[in-house]
Design a protein around this ligand. Sequence first.
Ligand SMILES: [Zn+2]
Length: 103
Amino acid sequence: MASCPFCRLAAEGLPAHGLYEDPQFVVILDKASLGFGHCMLIPKQHVVEVHELSQEKYVALFLLAKAIAARLKATTGARAIGYSAFGGGLPQPSDGDGRSRLK
Ligand SMILES: [Zn+2]
């Protein structure tokens, strides 16, 4: 998708701040880092939210996250590695009625 910055990044290949690339994913250090070693695992397939990936790609993403975490921990000496899964369609704040937005 031409308007998606992650699709543009994936199409251009691994940038200077890139850590890893394979046919399905690109891993980059985040320019807006939340901390040392903060990186983003980006599917080359455009999805708005990570759970929209096929079962196989979703599993592959988290297996890659596991491998990257081990290498990050060894490289940075971090005490722990955390994960967050986002997409272009971040959840919206409560609709104001206090009810769960889960259906
Ligand atoms: Zn995209």
